[in-house]
Design a protein around this ligand. Sequence first.
Ligand code: FRU
Length: 491
Amino acid sequence: MTINRSLSVEEHEKLVEKANDYVKKTSPEVQQDPHRLSFHIMAEAGWINDPNGLVFYNGEYHVFFQHHPYSADWGPMHWGHVKSKDLVHWEPQPIALAPNMEYDEGGCFSGSAVDNNGELTLIYTGHVDHKSPKEVQCVAVSQDGIAFSKLEENPVVSMPPAEGSEDFRDPKVWNEGGIWYMVVGTGKDNKGKAALYSSSDLREWEYVGIAAESDGTQGVMWECPDLFPIAHKHALLLSPMEMENTKTLYIVGDMDYDTGKFEQGFSQEIDFGFDFYAPQTLMDDQGRRIMIGWMDMWGEKMPSQEKDWAGSMTIPREVQLVEGQKLAFKPVEELKQLRGERHSFSNIQVMDNQEGYLEGLQGDTLEIRAQFDLSTATASEFGLKVRCSGDGQEETLVVYNPNTQQLYVDRDRSGIGNGGVKGGHHEVKDDRLHLHLFVDRSSVEVFADGGIMTMSNRIYPSPSSQGVDVFSREGKVNLQSLHAWTLKPMS
Ligand code: FRU
C-alpha cells in the first residue's frame, strides 16, 4: 500500500513534468499568433476551459483551469495554474494536477480551492468514463502553492446521493462559521440540482441534502455551481445544461444552514454574450467577491486551434448585490493600471449614416467608456463599433435599441470566427446609457450601466482592423462623453 502510494506520487510528478515540458516546447510558436490576448489569462499552449480553484492565498490570487496541454482540443483534463498579486499581471505556474489515478484517469475535472490554515487544498472531480459511478470528488494538497499531491483517502466522496445521478461534478467549497460546505452539481429526472455536503476537515464529508434544484425550467444538470454569501443574501451561480439559450444563471436567495436549503429569489442570465461559461468566484482579503468565467463556449468555432491553443478567461469582475436582489459584475479597479494613452470626446451629435466621429482613436487593446443621452434621441438604434477595417468590411457592433430595450453585440462581420447577434433586455434609467468596453485582440467584453448587464464575446478580426467609431441609425443620438485608453499588455 505504502509502496503503491509513493509510486503514484512519483508518477504524478513525472506526468506533471512531462506536461510542463510539452507546454514550454510548444509555447514560443503559439505566442506568434496575433489573436493571442494581451491582458487575459490563457494557457501558454494547448486547450483550456473552466476556471477552477479561484483562491486568495498567502497574499496572492490563484487561478487554476481545465487544461489539455497536449493539443488545442479538449482531452484528459489537467489543472493549469497562474497567479497574480494584483488581478492584472498573471504569472504562469507549473501544472498542478495530471490524471493518473484509477479514480481520475479520465480527467481531473472542475473544482475549487481553499486555504486550510496555510495548506492550499484543491477539491476536484475525478472522472472515468467506463466506471460506475463515473464521477467522484477528490482532494489534493500543497504546502507551497505550487506542487500538489493527491490524498490517500481519495475519493473523499465516492458515490452520488440518491437524489442525484452519475453526472456529479464540479465541487465548490467554502467555510461558514468554522464548517466546510461543498456544493456539487448534479441532475435527476430532468432537473439540475446542487447537492450540499459538510465537513470539519475537508476529508470526511457528510451529505446534507439538495440545497437547490431546477424549478422545471432551469436545465437538466447544473454544472459548476458556486454558492456564496453576498451582503445580507446568498447567490448561486450555475451553468445549467439544456436551459434553451441561457448558458449561465445567477440566483439570489436566502441560505438556511440549519436546513441546508437555499431559497430561490431573483434570477437572471449572468452574461448575455456568446462566450461565457462556468464562472467561479473567490473572496479576497478586502472582502471583495471576484468572478472569472471561461470566455469561450462549447461548440463554438475557435480559429486559434490551428495555432495550437484555445481558450481564455474573462477579466476579473467584482460581484455586487444591487437593488436589493440583483447582481452587478464590474471590471476590478486594478485594471486601471493598464491604461496608457487617453482620448476624450464630448457632446457629439451622432447622425444617421455618418462616420468618423472619433478621430485619432484606434487600437486592438482598448478600454472605452461612453455615455449616451437618450432624452433627445430619435435613432432607432445606435452604439459603438470596434475593430473596424479601413474598407468597411470588418466591424463588431455594440448596439442599443431604445424601442425594444435590447442591448446586443453583432459580430456578423467580426472576422473568421462564428458570427451572430446576441444580447438581452436592458432598461435604461434616467435616459442615460453607459457602456464600458474592454477590447483585447480577439475579445470584446461589454459592461452596461455599472455591470448590471454584461456581454462577453470572442472575435477574430484581421489584426489590422483597429478602427473605433460611434453610429446611429434612422435618426440621431447625443454622445455626451467618451473616454478611451489604449491598454498596455500585462507582461
Ligand atoms: C463545464 C464542464 C464541467 C466539467 C469540465 C470538464 O464546462 O463540463 O462540468 O467538470 O467542464 O472539462
